[in-house]
Ligand binder design. Sequence first.
Ligand code: NAD
Ligand code: UDP
Length: 320
Amino acid sequence: MSKRILITGAAGFLGSHLCDKFIAEGYEVLGMDNLITGDLKNIEHLFGNENFVFHHHDVTNFVHVPGQLDYILHFASPASPIDYLKIPIQTLKVGSLGTHNLLGLAKEKNARILIASTSEVYGDPLVHPQTEEYYGNVNTIGPRGVYDEAKRFQESITMAYHRFHGLETRIVRIFNTYGPRMRLNDGRVIPAFIGQALRGEDLTVFGDGSQTRSFCYVDDQVDGIYRLLLSDYSDPVNIGNPHEITIKDFAEEIIKLTATDQKVIYKPLPKDDPMQRQPNITRAKEILGWEPKVDRAEGMKITYEYFKSLTPEELNKKDH
Ligand code: NAD
Ligand code: UDP
């Protein structure tokens, strides 16, 4: 009998790729989403597949799923700074109440649960690159605190269920991941820069562009999550690509990739924007035998092709 897995945030960027992966691996997939930042377009190709069902549901309300459940992936949460600044309370609720509901469901069904944490638990890190042992540097009351602290609480309650109830839990700390199906106007740097290049606008670099990020292609991220779920390791694991770049250099790379002659313009740096970010992936290599395979040039080419295929209406849509 095939294994049944519940994936929350299924209509989002990562959730939809995870649905594809688990369907391809022969699982029965229940996708759940309230569509607050996601889009059914990301999973419409799965409608009609006998191994896929979709539940339109807000996971901050009691979650009920009939029948057996073997695994839960909790990926529901606004994930871009623009989104979580626009819906701060929902962000806190999905990380806290939503996670509590799903842990309760996992306990009831005797299912293994993996929760999507983030490099943001390290805040504006004082340790570089970030290892899982680092406790982080988060401004609890700053505007980003709603996301960072929700995710930190999510990790704590997950470990409490693991220790107190003996629940099988997994925690992935995801570093900036990109690829097809990102929302063009979610404000994250890759859709922002590509969208600007495609519309013939200048690329907006925040601050002086000396801040760094390390971008992981979605297929690598999904492979890391898959391996972690099936492992027997319950402490957090960083999954990301350690290849680091400044945002200013990245803007130049996009200008070359898109073969446009756009300029870079500078805008104020958002409050608490981390100055550097790079995963230490020693743990993922040792425990999961995982490391990224897709380099930025290759991943960005695929991502650019995806955004180029959008309709002019989609390209010019300003809000979700
Ligand atoms: P996304 O916005 O594309 O997807 C999130 C999905 O969750 C959306 O479809 C949204 O509608 C859904 N959702 C939000 N609140 C919900 C609720 N209360 N009930 C049901 N559904 C809800 O974002 P993403 O990039 O795919 O991120 C997915 C997860 O991965 C998030 O938990 C995010 O924090 C985490 N993550 C992502 C990245 C990244 O680089 N993409 C980095 C770190 C962590
Ligand atoms: N950024 C930028 N211009 C934009 C959007 C983002 O310079 O139009 C910067 C942002 O300030 C941050 C980096 O790009 O330093 C990555 O931002 P993103 O929102 O993608 O991810 P996060 O800050 O959550 O890592």
